[in-house]
Design a binder for this molecule. Structure first.
Ligand SMILES: NC(=O)c1ccc[n+]([C@@H]2O[C@H](COP(=O)([O-])OP(=O)(O)OC[C@H]3O[C@@H](n4cnc5c(N)ncnc54)[C@H](OP(=O)(O)O)[C@@H]3O)[C@@H](O)[C@H]2O)c1
Length: 336
């Protein structure tokens, strides 16, 4: 395993992690145990993925079986949109630590910069009669961050970070923080390379994690069926001729090339898989190197903002939140 050093704590973050979105608890428990056996040491989850407890079970069992210690692992989870306020940080973190069955997490991210009002019984967003999500107009990043800093001082979190924030929002936190963001997790793949944001992060010693590093093939079915998106907006990166050609040159798969392309540029990757052979395939990315010419070919695939898959517009009305982070495209993503 290779690692990136986090600037303030000097903690080592494995450059490959296991993504777990859309992985149901009954499946992910077995997957995480197998992933740890294969050498994965970094697991990415979130309150919203509804699988923290199963992941905790797997980790606990793996440690009890004498295969490693908690210190060998790097566990990331995220403060949900319904808990995105100072008063709720500790409450959610304690709940999540309980589910994960651990005393601390290695990285705690604010999942999204906007917040929704929370149904206290289900801990899910309140939705208005017109179908719009009930936006929390009081979202205040600075006070939320201060509450996260307090949790870090208490030893409940090793490192703090952000997800889906834009440069302006990150800068505002940097300027008022005692403990600066160590990691930014954003959508990042060959079609959407986020060059400006990566440059900004490098200048501020923030490590970038790529979510959807394979272009999130699983999101397509989810968004098309659940949220009525048009299938045309989803990238087929794994089938791209350039990617396939480079893969052939190295005797590797398109997925391995897409992941290698990012880690070779110092971006952390967290591909999700619950398939035994793809889990193994995605971890075999350290025994080959892409040539500068190949990196340049892949760099040319960047389509910028047009290729963003995760704009969160599936949460109806989210764009009306004052902290909605993205510039809206004119393209209509819904089916007629
Ligand atoms: N912070 C955020 O807002 C946010 C948003 C989205 C995702 N994330 C995190 O980032 C992780 C990764 O993103 P993602 O899950 O959306 O997308 P991804 O990792 O790019 O793609 C995962 C999909 O690709 C398939 N897959 C995995 N390895 C493959 C391979 N070698 N060849 C072909 N197909 C393969 C998986 O199916 P199988 O399981 O069947 O292999 C799954 O459907 C998430 O799981 C989550 O932890 C964070």
């Amino acid at each position: 395993m290779k690692y990136a050093k986090l600037s303030q704590t000097e903690d080592l973050m494995p450059t490959l992690g296991l993504g777990t979105w859309q992985a149901p608890p009954e499946v992910i428990e077995t997957t995480v145990y197998k992933a740890l056996d294969l050498g994965y040491r970094h697991i990415d989850t979130a309150f919203n993925y509804n699988n923290e407890e199963a992941i905790g079970n797997a980790i606990k069992r793996w440690i009890q079986d004498g295969k490693g210690t908690r210190k060998d692992l790097f566990i990331t989870t995220k403060l949900p949109h319904v808990g995105n306020r100072a008063a709720d940080v500790k409450r959610f973190l304690h709940l999540q630590l309980g589910r994960l069955q651990m005393d601390y997490v290695d990285l705690y991210l604010i999942h999204v910069p906007f917040g929704f009002r929370c149904d206290p019984d289900t801990l899910t967003p309140l939705v208005k009669e017109n179908g719009d999500y009930d936006i929390d107009m009081e979202t205040d990043h600075i006070s939320t961050w201060k509450a996260m800093e307090e949790c870090q001082r208490e030893g409940l979190i090793r490192n703090l970070g952000l997800s889906n924030f834009n440069e302006t929002q990150i800068l505002k936190i940097i300027n008022s923080a005692t403990i600066k963001p160590q990691v930014l997790q954003v959508e990042l793949h060959a079609y959407f390379q986020q060059l400006d944001l990566r440059k900004f992060c490098m200048e501020h010693e923030i490590v970038v994690t790529a979510y959807a590093p394979l272009g999130s093939p699983g999101a397509k079915e989810h968004f098309v069926n659940k949220y009525n998106y048009s299938p045309d907006v989803f990238p087929d990166l794994l089938g791209h001729p350039e990617v396939k050609d480079i893969a052939r040159n190295h005797g590797k798969t398109p997925a391995q090339v897409l992941l290698r392309f990012l880690v070779q540029q110092k971006v952390i990757v967290i591909p999700k898989s619950t398939s035994d052979h793809r889990l193994k395939e995605n971890s075999d990315i350290y025994d080959f190197e892409l040539l500068p010419a190949e990196i340049n070919r892949l760099k040319k695939l960047d389509k910028g903002e047009d290729s963003r898959v995760f704009n969160f517009l599936f949460w109806k009305g989210v764009e009306k939140h004052p902290e909605y982070p993205f510039k809206l495209q004119t393209v209509d993503t819904s089916k007629d």
